[in-house]
Design a protein around this ligand. Structure first.
Ligand code: 6FA
Length: 578
């Protein structure tokens, strides 16, 4: 089986076409789970668990990613027994990860610890950390997306809770010496934005300010290392005797009797009879398996639209675990998906250091930069690639307000499309996204092999979204000539913004930003959503979802700050339920 996946274009979240990572050959995915052939399965690693065999739990959290860790920590804090099941293995050195940078031999500095190697995650010859059964990038390891993302971390303007900022404060100067490095692209774009009436702010000091503002990009790093929930919430959870973690534990479906959930089905028979882990009386299951992962578990549990459940019925391994058809629950699982449509503009400027397009950061970084990072976690490698973020509000032709975001990073030769000569050491990229206010929606689901994938792309299904992003692109490039030495090389002067932005030269899938939300939308009614205001799946008594899939629409910045805030608030609601 072949397929297409996206490859990263640098600077946070950008991707374009690339062959499917691991799913080749005829064996279907379900068979590989039942045969225990998933990568790493034989290395099953019980990191901080006590005796797990056939234990039952008050709460089972499925997925130890960005939101799952927060949920598990906050619930275990109350004394309830909690099991977190994560299909992947350890990530950072602190969690037991061993994928240490070749130039950091003798340390525990893995590719998930060193912020500056972020760009190399997309051209690693052995990319074991990406989920091999999802056709777009998703991290399948402890910490989930937070271990493989661009670490851009914006405090949300509408879902704000200071619980998150207290637990994991952001920084816009990640190097431990307090200095900023490789900031030339920041300075060039700041000059351009100043001509357009933008003001410079400290972004997370003013989460509400999202119109005509720019600032140094903020990150979720601590001490010059990638942090996220694994370095914070997980640290407290793992100390509790009522918290168990099982790695390499793949959950296929929920075990239920009608509306009552009794446990989860895993691939690991050491966890319980036939791999089933049971809930205690009055217990709850919380899915935190992400925007593609949680819908797939629901389909395999007989919850979702009939076309998806039919695909499960057609898969002998998975069909065996479905409840009888009379217990199917018809909900709009997979619909209402959104992701920021985004387009790259590539420039050159004489002041830029494109950092060799980040090509050698993993194998052979500049020696002085490697030495500085190893000495005290400072310098260029203490930060991921993004250098500046900016926002502008638009009122579109339909009267709706839409927010445009820009992210700037040095490098980006992979995105260059020009027949003119250019100096590749002077390249930088500006990615323009559309976020809050977009109305385009798509659908995600599975195929007959249970691979999770988009069924309808979520970008620009509403032409007004497209029109607004094109306007934003035209506005942005309008003052290029006012910055001496600044040259737009993609699109070059043979292509208008309109043609570029209308996909004449731009593949629709290259719009992807990896910010998928909404596939299990929170709503007031089962006719318009999958979970209720308490994050409980409609038609069930004790099945909950807390992850990106329940967020009904995109937040204003890259989503992880908003998702963490949402997870904090969701746990409070779930715990308050009788
Ligand atoms: N968001 C930001 O805010 N800033 C960024 O810079 C940014 N960049 C990226 C990026 O560059 C990439 C390549 C990607 C993929 C995402 C980016 N995002 C960024 C988005 C952000 O990371 C995601 O929105 C966020 O991680 C979503 O959080 P969730 O908790 O909803 O989902 P996760 O993927 O983090 O975690 C799911 C976990 O469940 C994983 O650990 C997975 O292994 C596990 N899982 C899935 N299915 C499972 C199953 N059946 N059984 C057991 N475990 C399962």
């Amino acid at each position: 089986m072949t397929g297409s996946l996206k490859v990263h274009k640098g600077g946070g979240d950008r991707l374009d076409d690339y062959p499917l990572l691991a799913l080749s050959g005829s064996k279907d995915v379900a068979d590989r789970y039942s045969l225990g052939l998933l990568p790493g399965h034989s290395l099953r690693h019980v990191a901080w668990s006590s005796t797990l065999t056939s234990k039952s739990y008050d709460y089972i959290i499925v997925g130890g990613g960005l939101t799952g860790i927060i949920v598990a920590d906050r619930i275990s804090e109350t004394g309830k027994s909690v099991l977190m099941l994560e299909r992947g293995g350890p990530s950072t050195g602190e969690t037991g990860g061993t994928d240490v940078a070749p130039w950091a031999n003798g340390t525990h500095l893995t590719k998930f610890d060193i912020p500056g190697v972020f760009e190399s995650l997309f051209n690693d010859p052995n990319p074991w950390y990406w989920c091999n059964d999802i056709t777009f990038f998703a991290g399948c390891l402890l910490g989930g997306g937070a271990e493989v993302n661009g670490a851009l971390y914006f405090y949300p303007r509408d879902l704000y809770t200071d619980k998150v900022a207290t637990r994991l404060p952001s920084t816009d100067h990640p190097s431990t010496d307090g200095k900023r490095y490789l900031e030339q692209s920041h300075d060039v774009v700041a000059q351009l934005l100043n001509t357009q009436g933008y003001s410079s702010i400290t972004i997370n000091d003013e989460p509400e300010s999202k119109d005509h503002v720019y600032g140094y990009s903020p990150f979720d790093t601590l001490g010059g290392m990638r942090a996220g929930p694994a370095a914070t919430y997980f640290q407290t959870a793992k100390e509790r005797s009522n918290f168990d973690l099982e790695l390499y534990a793949y959950v296929t479906n929920i075990v239920r009797n009608g509306s009552s959930i009794t446990g989860v089905q895993t691939n690991d028979t050491s966890l319980g009879p036939d791999g089933v882990v049971s809930l205690n009386q009055g217990g709850r299951v919380i899915l935190s398996a992400g925007s593609f992962g949680s819908p797939r578990i629901l389909f395999q549990s007989g919850i979702g639209p009939s076309d998806m459940i039919r695909l499960v019925e057609g898969n002998p391994g998975a069909a065996a675990h479905l409840p009888p058809p009379s217990q199917y629950i018809n909900l709009s699982v997979g619909y209402n998906v959104s992701d920021n449509p985004s387009i790259n503009l590539v420039f050159t400027h004489p002041s830029i250091d494109s950092y060799n397009n980040w090509a050698t950061v993993w194998t052979d970084p500049r020696p002085a930069n490697a030495a500085q990072y190893l000495a005290n976690r400072s310098g260029v490698l203490a930060a991921p690639s993004p250098k500046l973020s900016f926002w502008r509000e638009y009122t579109s032709s339909d009267g709706r307000q839409r927010t445009m975001q820009g992210t700037v990073h040095p490098g980006g030769n992979g995105s260059v499309e020009t027949s003119f000569p250019y100096n590749s050491s002077k390249v930088f990229t500006v990615t323009l996204y559309l976020s809050t206010g977009i109305t385009s929606r798509g659908r995600v689901g599975i195929n007959g092999s249970l691979t999770a994938l988009p069924i309808e792309y979520p970008w620009f299904t509403d032409p007004v979204d497209k029109e607004t992003l094109i306007t934003a692109l035209e506005d942005f490039v309008a003052s290029v000539k006012q910055v001496p030495g600044l040259t737009l090389i993609t699109p070059d002067n043979t292509t208008t913004i309109l043609d570029y932005g209308k996909f004449n030269n731009y593949a629709p899938t290259a719009m992807n930003s990896n910010h998928w939300v909404g596939s299990n939308r929170i709503s007031t009614s089962s006719s318009t959503g999958v979970v209720d205001a308490n994050c409980k799946v409609f038609g069930t008594e004790n099945l909950f979802i807390v992850d990106a899939s329940i967020m009904p629409s995109l937040p204003t910045g890259n989503p992880q700050g908003a998702l963490m805030s949402m997870a904090e608030q969701a746990v409070t609601k779930i715990l308050a339920l009788k």
